[in-house]
Design a protein around this ligand. Structure first.
Ligand code: FEO
Ligand code: CA
Ligand code: CA
Ligand code: CA
Length: 584
């Protein structure tokens, strides 16, 4: 068996040192292997898919997508299924090198659209480890053009209608799929995060050169300008370089102003039914969703915790009106209910503030579509970029990564609130991040009051002696920055994945590459379990049905990982104990 760590009986492995190299490391007694890489065929008609120079557009919707992120494992009638997000596309990796990351035509844009979204796939264990079951009837790609139904309070609202969809109830695609979640009824939740980055505005053509009539001013061309509501969501004239709006008109906000309102939602997918149309749940609010952590209140109502990953935005929860009963219909359980935003008080208490017409002065569809504005109206607490939320199944406590905040005091977003230092966000320049934890009063996730503390403040005690040294459970042996992905396992251990600076110098000296650590919720002890290849972020974590394999995602690796030559390929990996023991 893997050796136990002296003084840390909770960890059945020997912690590993920080690394700065180009591959993955796990503790002695453990092994890792690649399960699926960007471009790997899910169907045999895509067997020849070649990513050498970014890959062709043909069959790009039949292969494993790029930049794996949140994922969940489902055991269904003896089949091991994985649903996994493909958050974004690295344009310099996906397009021919000569183009420098700029799409040259509509086909390039279509390829980028195909290689993002979600993969549902069956995997199985053979003599060489885990592999994709090619042509499994469960295999499916959901991408930026897949039809998706809209339900809940904002479905059909005028702000969701477009010329192509006058009903406002059928959207093409789910985009920027970041974190994940799962429902008690066995479906997958994928969360739309930086959707604004795909939208731009073309400048309207100059008006015809006409001599203005005597005594009237010349009419200048109005530059494209976002509305205050669009600006609060980061929608502006320029996208982040995908150029969709130049080749695919619905991403041009100056001509299709409502299209961005159709993104920023939590989407439900049935992994067991490849023909089921995915569903956007407007009841869960619209913001830059990180993940969706689902649990049940004491009385059986459904509770969903959700972070909005933007500096100075908020933490949310949803509580359904109806209760979940196994086997009973689940319609409305993610839509009919109340959204709340969190207020953290400096005395380590907190409240969930309901977002209702009475508290916000907005109507219900408006609260769902412009949730950020509703949360500002009730005075929720601005946070240092809430990333993953995860529940400790043994303690009725909830953890949220607050990844970092380099812009304290700078207005995070047009129309956003001021971002002073506050209880759970105690540092002026937050380079390192922290994990906040709260316990709902009475152990009931529907409770409107809670008590909070900081599980860890990351820092660097080899560089600083003040608050930037971090909390007492940070030491030279477990340095990390920017906690992001997080999950608590069946033994109650908290796994922390990082998406931070990997310079290994200055403020970040001794932290090495991005990594995954394990923490004991009770003692606070944190130790390093995995290091990723240089340039990557470690994100996405789930387990096989028998918990003898842990699946981890390696996003945007550098170098030529994992092939050793050619382009870097984001991959899903499997980690096992050499003695076939349980892994978490
Ligand atoms: Fe996609 Fe906030 O991470
Ligand atoms: Ca993340
Ligand atoms: Ca992050
Ligand atoms: Ca990422």
């Amino acid at each position: 068996p893997a050796p136990a760590l002296a003084g840390g009986a909770r960890f059945p492995f020997t912690p590993i040192p920080a690394r700065t190299d180009g591959t993955v490391h796990v503790p002695e007694g453990y092994s890792w292997q690649v399960v699926a890489r960007w471009g790997d065929p899910l169907f045999s008609d895509a067997d020849l898919y070649d990513v050498t120079d970014g890959g062709p557009v043909a069959k790009s919707d039949r292969v494993f997508g790029e930049n794996t992120d949140g994922m969940e494992s489902f055991s269904y009638r003896g089949h091991q299924l994985i649903a996994v997000n493909h958050e974004f596309a690295n344009r310099k990796v996906n397009l021919p090198a000569a183009q420098g990351g700029t799409p040259a035509d509509a086909g390039d844009v279509r390829k980028l659209q195909n290689l993002q979204g979600v993969t549902v796939m069956e995997i199985a264990q053979g003599l060489t480890g885990w592999a994709v079951v090619k042509d499994s009837p469960f295999n499916r790609r959901i991408h930026h053009n897949t039809p998706i139904r809209v339900v809940g309070p904002a479905a059909g609202h005028p702000l969701l209608r477009t010329e192509a969809d006058p009903t406002g109830t059928l959207v093409l695609g789910t985009i920027n799929n970041c974190g994940s979640g799962r429902t008690p009824w066995g479906t997958y939740l994928t969360c739309e995060e930086n959707f604004n980055s795909y939208f731009g505005m073309t400048v309207p053509a100059e008006p015809a050169a006409e001599k203005p009539a005597e005594g009237t001013a010349a009419v200048a061309a109005e530059p494209a300008r976002p509305t205050p509501e669009q600006a609060r969501y980061g929608i502006g004239p320029e996208d982040w370089g995908y150029d969709y709006y130049k080749w695919d008109a619905r991403f041009d906000v100056s001509t299709t102003p409502n299209e961005p309102n159709r993104f920023g939602w939590v989407v439900e997918i049935d992994p067991a039914d490849p023909n089921a149309i995915p569903v956007k749940h407007t009841g869960l609010g619209r913001f830059k969703h990180e993940n969706a952590e689902v649990t049940l209140a004491a009385d059986g109502r459904v509770v969903v915790y959700m972070g909005d990953d933007e500096r100075g935005e908020f933490l949310y929860k949803f509580v359904s009106n109806g209760i979940y009963a196994p086997g009973a219909p689940t319609g409305g359980l993610l839509d009919d209910g109340t959204l709340y935003a969190a207020r953290f008080n400096d005395d380590q208490t907190g409240e969930w503030l309901p977002l209702t017409p009475g508290t916000t002065g907005m109507d219900l569809p408006g609260i769902c579509i412009h949730t950020r504005i509703a949360a500002s109206a009730v005075g929720a607490t601005t946070m240092d970029r809430p990333e993953w939320v995860s529940i400790n199944p043994f303690a009725g406590e909830v953890y949220c990564s607050l990844t970092n905040n380099k812009n304290r005091g700078v207005k995070p977003n047009a129309g956003g609130d001021a971002t002073p230092v506050n209880g759970p966000n105690p540092r002026e320049t937050n380079r390192y991040g922290q994990i906040v934890r709260w316990r709902p009063r009475g152990g009931d996730h529907a409770a409107e009051r809670f008590d909070w503390d900081l599980y860890v403040m990351a820092g660097n005690p080899t560089v600083y002696q003040d608050s930037y040294a971090g909390s007492a459970n940070i030491n030279a042996g477990n340095l990390f920055n920017s906690p992001d992905g997080m999950a608590l396992d069946s033994s109650g251990m908290v796994w922390i994945q990082t998406d931070g600076k990997d310079s290994n110098a200055g403020d970040f000296a001794g932290m090495g590459n991005n990594q995954m650590l394990a923490g004991d919720p009770v003692s606070g002890e944190i130790v390093r379990f995995l290091t990723g290849p240089k340039g990557c972020e470690v994100t996405g974590l789930t387990w096989s049905g028998d918990r003898r394999t842990m699946f981890v995602g390696i996003q945007h690796p550098g170098g030529s990982w994992p092939d050793g030559s050619g382009l870097p390929r984001s991959s899903l990996i499997a980690i096992r104990r050499r003695d076939n023991g349980l892994v978490g």
